[in-house]
Design a protein around this ligand. Structure first.
Ligand code: UDX
Ligand code: UDX
Ligand code: ADP
Length: 468
């Protein structure tokens, strides 16, 4: 029979583990939830008395404020967390491998394996182990092998796959009202029981018909597939934006017309400077790697093209900036508004802004950056990683981090909108115009601003998916 989950441990207090388990604690006051992480600074931030949490997510502070100390705990004591719990989420990072077999494509499963081995070594009672991080298909199988090979007598491990579909910036509302919860298990009596145990946790706030239970491999593949299909929509609309720019069609009108088809639907059709985030590129590359290992090169090439289109979109946008500014930006000052990969997050992983700034740097432009949430340290780290051969003090000579959008725009020749932060809508563009060198250019990489209004002020405006 399914065991009743009373104590949950979540290994990994990052963008996925933190918000997910905080919401579980909020919605299930009868369950003790402990989130553990090896990174002490991160745990300290989660525990900070003034709620200066390590990640920015609208609504997250309120959730932590209510549950922390009640039934939600953050700790660096990984072993104690494992030992006490009867259900363990593994939410550690799974970055793309940087070297070795599958470098640049395959997921680095080091962290998953280390966490799994820890569970096997420490546990003295049976556990349900849930893979939460997005992982390549069949990872659950590897986890099972590791656990079974190292378990103590009398300890039973059931592995579930329960991929997380939250998007950053809307994590809390996504968790409160998920489109669906997906749980994969072995189709054995034990596997199904474990699945029911976890389903009962979600049933505290998610309608039963939205809790889908499937096989382990379907669950793992569904996560990769969902992200690949979402990213594919963006690459499709971005590919069309290039045609619009060349023909005079308007991408907003095209997207609207397409989206009215109920078979297509209106969401995720916003042309942009390119998608970023920790998931899309990583998961597609995973799918590419999987396809290749299954000897399906055409399938691999098909999905790879989604990522290539995204790279093309970023390069194309940077080139358009240069072309529009009389084919040179050498010595010119460019204000880049937004550094995060999307609005309402401080996360910069794979952000298009990184690539844009790197391209502006190599054209020898000066860059002013402003983002309302990203820490300065993060910006320097990302720019350094993007240009490993350029010394940091050289980068710092070319790039200035500014405390406001207005200051970033001061004396600039061009403003580039890289992230769709709402506050950029409220910029006093008349003031900006006065303070910029003329002609004053605006490049909207997010279809955010009212181009006509800015043109009336005097700006030369370039938008994605429309001819100049
Ligand atoms: C299509 C468009 O749907 C329609 O809007 C346009 O005006 C003309 O082209 P049609 O080709 O008549 O219409 O049929 P459709 O239902 O779109 O199916 C096209 C093909 O896709 C068929 O072979 C169908 O079997 C296949 N299909 C459709 C699938 O294989 N899977 C699906 O999920 C849907
Ligand atoms: C994504 C998936 O949405 C989520 O379900 C999964 O769990 C993790 O990956 P996330 O990366 O946090 O979430 O954000 P998302 O809103 O999907 O945006 C990803 C990127 O696509 C951003 O850079 C965003 O700006 C871009 N995007 C999104 C577009 O360019 N156009 C769109 O229409 C939508
Ligand atoms: P995601 O976006 O997938 O949540 P993050 O990088 O934000 O990824 O979070 C993953 C977290 O997992 C990090 O804070 C990292 O320190 C933690 N972590 C990685 N390996 C282990 C481990 N073996 N034990 C405990 N925590 C771990």
């Amino acid at each position: 029979a399914p065991v009743k989950v009373t104590k949950i441990c979540c290994i990994g207090a990052g963008y996925v583990g933190g918000p997910t388990c905080a919401v579980i604690a909020l919605k299930c006051p009868h369950i003790q939830v402990t989130i553990v992480d090896l990174n002490k600074a991160r745990v300290d931030a989660w525990n900070s008395p003034d709620f200066k949490l390590p990640i920015y997510e609208p609504g997250l502070v309120e959730v932590v404020r209510e549950a922390r100390g009640r039934n939600l705990f953050f700790s660096t004591d990984v072993d104690k967390g494992i030992e006490e719990a009867n259900l363990i989420f593994v939410s550690v990072n799974t970055p793309t491998k940087k070297s070795g077999v599958g470098a640049g494509f395959a997921a680095d499963l080091n962290y998953v394996e280390a966490a799994t081995r820890r569970i096997a070594n420490v546990a003295t009672s049976s556990k349900i182990v849930v893979e939460k991080s997005t992982v390549p298909c069949r990872t659950a199988e590897s986890m099972r092998t590791i656990l079974e090979a190292n378990s103590k007598p009398g300890c039973r491990f059931d592995i579930l796959s329960n991929p997380e579909f939250l998007a950053e910036g809307t994590a809390i509302s996504d968790l409160f009202k998920p489109d669906r919860v997906l749980i994969g298990s072995l189709q054995t009596p034990g596997g199904r029981d474990a699945c029911q145990s976890l389903a009962a946790v979600y049933a505290n706030w998610v309608p039963k018909e939205q809790i889908l239970t499937v096989g382990l491999w379907s669950s793992e593949l569904s996560k990769l597939a969902a992200n690949a299909m979402l990213a594919q929509r963006i690459s499709s609309i971005n590919a069309l934006s290039a045609i619009c720019e060349a023909t005079g069609a308007n991408i907003d009108e095209v997207a609207n017309a397409i989206g009215y088809d109920s078979r297509i639907g209106p969401k995720f059709l916003k042309a942009s400077v390119g998608f970023g985030g920790s998931c899309f590129q990583k998961d597609i590359l995973n799918l590419v790697y999987l396809s290749e290992s299954l000897h399906l090169p055409e399938v691999a090439a098909y999905w790879r093209q989604v990522v290539e289109m995204n790279e093309h979109q970023k390069r194309r946008f940077a080139k358009r900036v240069v072309d529009t500014m009389f084919s040179t930006i050498t010595g010119k000052r460019i204000a880049v508004l937004g550094f995060a990969f999307k609005a309402d997050t401080g996360d910069t992983r794979e952000s298009a802004a990184i690539t844009l700034i790197r391209d502006f740097q190599s054209e020898k432009a000066y860059v002013n950056v402003y983002d309302p949430q990203v820490e300065d340290e993060q910006i320097w780290q990302d720019l350094q990683e993007a240009s490993p051969l350029v010394p940091l003090d050289q980068i710092k000579k070319q790039v200035t981090i500014c405390p406001s959008a207005m200051e970033a725009c001061m004396n600039a020749e061009a403003v580039v909108i890289a992230t769709e932060w709402k506050e950029f809508l409220d910029i006093d563009w008349e003031q900006v115009y006065k303070r910029m060198n003329k002609p004053a250019f605006v490049f909207d990489g997010r279809l955010l601003i009212d181009a006509e209004r800015l043109r009336k002020i005097g700006f030369q405006v370039t938008t994605i998916g429309r001819p100049n």
